[in-house]
Design a protein around this ligand. Structure first.
Ligand SMILES: Cc1cc2nc3c(=O)[nH]c(=O)nc-3n(C[C@H](O)[C@H](O)[C@H](O)COP(=O)(O)O)c2cc1C
Length: 194
């Protein structure tokens, strides 16, 4: 698959096969993150790979999924939960003061998501968690903060993307076959030319 196809076909996955992901593949995901741009090339970000079932369960229980769809598109532990999480972390001092840090995290995470497409893995970027609950569970002290989590596993759903106009709803929705549809604005709806 070329890069354009990966960009277009990547979807957030909220149903996973109950299959472990090899450490080698998880390493490949983090390895792709390190090539991302970072403000001033400071490279403040670090990663915690959570992949033992015991630890994944602990993190999973602290995460929120598919908040905009009813019934909620939340995986169930033991049925279709992810095999791993990659926690994107940074020093607490930097997280407090550096405006660029979330830009760095976004660039790094998008590399992870696209690399996962290439590897046949599914991912979901997770921001819905309480930082103060997750950080201790993944072994962080007060000096480090969890910015985001990326859920990883083998996909067990195939969400489809829909093109929409500027006045259409961006809310993703489930059809009668339990397929998730993800609306994305057409380019004309989001660009201004000067
Ligand atoms: C910053 C950020 C935080 C997100 N947090 C969550 C989350 O906590 N739970 C979830 O299910 N999806 C989360 N998502 C995934 C979005 O819901 C998803 O990207 C959006 O619905 C578009 O779908 P797509 O990723 O398939 O294009 C997050 C995405 C971003 C960029």
């Amino acid at each position: 698959m070329n890069l354009s196809d990966s960009i277009k076909s990547r979807r957030s996955i909220r149903r996973y096969k109950q299959k472990q992901v090899d450490d080698k593949l998880l390493t490949d995901l983090v390895d792709s993150a390190r090539f991302a741009p970072s403000g001033g090339n400071m490279q403040h970000l670090r990663y915690v790979v959570v992949r033992t079932p015991e630890n994944v369960k602990k993190v999973f229980e602290l995460t929120g999924w598919g908040g905009h769809v009813r019934p909620k598109r939340s995986p169930v532990w033991g049925k279709d939960a992810p095999a791993a999480f990659i926690a994107v972390i940074a020093p607490a001092e930097v997280a407090k003061s550096l405006r660029h840090l979330h830009g760095d995290a976004g660039a790094a995470i998008q590399n992870i998501l696209l690399k996962a497409v290439e590897l046949g893995l599914g991912t979901c970027w997770i921001g819905n968690f309480k930082e103060e609950n997750v950080s201790p569970v993944i072994g962080l002290g007060a000096d480090m903060k969890t910015l985001y989590l990326v859920a990883v596993g083998y996909p067990d759903e195939s969400p489809v993307q829909e093109n929409i106009g500027s006045s259409d709803s961006t809310k993703y929705f489930l059809d009668e076959k339990d397929v998730l549809h993800v609306p994305k604005f057409k380019v004309d709806a989001i660009v201004t030319w000067k």
